[in-house]
Design a protein around this ligand. Structure first.
Ligand SMILES: Cc1cc2nc3c(=O)[nH]c(=O)nc-3n(C[C@H](O)[C@H](O)[C@H](O)COP(=O)(O)OP(=O)(O)OC[C@H]3O[C@@H](n4cnc5c(N)ncnc54)[C@H](O)[C@@H]3O)c2cc1C
Length: 382
């Protein structure tokens, strides 16, 4: 005899991806339960730090552009549903050596999807964005459709909307095991087992423990970000200082910055840097920032953003879940029947979390989605 399900869908983990999945399912009248081991908006995973960049002409691949465009629409919808301001449009720059891969990549995506953009050479940058120090060989790609999201507020807002649409939520509750099954997957919390028709696993870095087979190729590594003050704060507001990503010609040294938002100073962080991928055990969490972290970011700021004071006023650490090709894992696996996996967001997933929530709701209820996500297949490394 097959056991009666307690709910239609369980969503494990209520960070960026889980909170949006929960909301999408609840708004479709699906009986859904979300389980989070900490409190929504906590700072131990990957969805904290006050701000996240959203872009559209996606350097990481033209296939992301439709998802980014859908995500923008859904961010505005979440703002309307929750009454919270979550997104500020600032425009965005990608800065690098003229003709280098980092500057060409967003042009490829913009061209493929007919997106408007501008290219600035060194002299134009000096006039328009003198906050950046560039050498003569550097250039910048600019798109207006880029901006800043407020991650903690966004996660809490999605959960609130989900609850008001009928979702049940358990916080401070750890899922200790997920038992895959094509008809009745189950989730264990303490001695209790919850039977569902489908389970969405959105456990961030902890996916490596909950579904080790799916995540065997994923590396969880530490990253640090810092906030920097200026003697001229008016030059770094969302109106005057677009979000930016900056890279060297080989695209191996990559860092980014976010204007002053909600009274916090400018945020600068390293995305990729040789030798920086320190492995993290998610149970222990990412080690707190130290002087070495402060010195490295301070040096970048001193060399490239002369109007900022180079010593950070605050630093924080977080976890990246990196896949080998840095594309996400979204979908099912033959060895995990009854489950949808959302993981491996490789340090660039937040902006898409509204769209990923919609896709996960499709997969959980229909087993398919009309969105083109074959390139995110969790089995592609098998
Ligand atoms: C420093 C930093 C900067 C970034 N900058 C950007 C950016 O500018 N733009 C962008 O688009 N992306 C950015 N990213 C990436 C983006 O933030 C992440 O891809 C995204 O937040 C991942 O969301 P998630 O839901 O997968 O993980 P998380 O937010 O970590 O959520 C997973 C949740 O699952 C819960 N959980 C885990 N295990 C269990 C369990 N057993 N039981 C119950 N609950 C559990 C955790 O507590 C957690 O709340 C950045 C990431 C970092 C770390």
């Amino acid at each position: 005899m097959m056991s009666t399900p307690d709910v239609d869908v369980v969503v494990v983990g209520l960070g960026a991806m889980g909170s949006n999945t929960l909301m999408q399912l609840a708004r479709r009248q699906v009986k859904v339960l979300g389980i989070e081991q900490f409190e929504p908006g906590h700072s131990r995973g990957a969805s904290h730090g006050e701000t996240r960049i959203i872009r559209t002409a996606y350097a990481e691949g033209a296939a992301y552009v439709p998802l980014a465009q859908r995500a923008w629409q859904l961010w505005r919808e979440l703002e309307n549903l929750s009454g919270e301001r979550l997104l500020e449009k600032t425009g965005g720059l990608v800065i690098g050596p003229t003709g280098s891969a980092p500057v060409l990549a967003p042009i490829t995506s913009a061209t493929a999807h007919h997106l408007p953009y501008e290219l600035f050479d060194h002299d134009q940058m000096r006039k328009r964005y003198p906050q950046h120090r560039l050498d003569k060989q550097s250039a910048a790609f600019y798109e207006a459709d880029a901006g800043v999201l407020r991650p903690e507020k966004a996660v809490r807002a999605a959960i609130r909307v989900a609850e008001s649409s009928g979702a049940q939520v358990l916080t401070g509750t750890e899922v200790t095991e997920i038992i895959p099954d094509p008809e009745r997957p189950r989730v264990r919390i303490g001695h209790k087992e919850i039977v569902a028709r489908h389970v969405v696993v959105a456990a961030g870095a902890w996916l490596t423990r909950l579904t080790p087979a799916a995540m065997s190729t994923v590396k969880v590594v530490r990253r640090v970000f810092g906030w920097f003050e200026s003697d001229h704060p008016a030059d770094y507001t969302i109106e005057r200082f677009p979000v930016f990503i900056r890279a060297d010609a080989t695209d191996t040294h990559v860092w980014y910055g976010i204007p002053s938002v909600d009274g916090s100073p400018v945020k600068v962080a390293i995305h990729f840097w040789p030798g920086l991928d320190e492995p993290v055990d998610p149970t222990a969490g990412a080690r707190p920032p130290d002087n070495h972290d402060a010195d490295l970011i301070a040096e970048i700021v001193e060399q490239t953003l002369p109007g900022l004071r180079p010593r950070p006023v605050k630093l924080q650490s977080c976890m990246y879940s990196l896949t080998p090709d840095q594309h996400f894992l979204v979908g099912s696996r033959a060895d995990l029947p009854g489950l949808t996996v959302l993981g491996g967001f490789s340090g660039h997933g937040f902006k898409f979390s509204t769209a990923i929530g919609e896709i996960a709701a499709d997969l959980a209820t229909q087993g398919k989605t009309s969105w083109e996500i074959a390139f995110l297949d969790p089995e592609r490394f098998a």
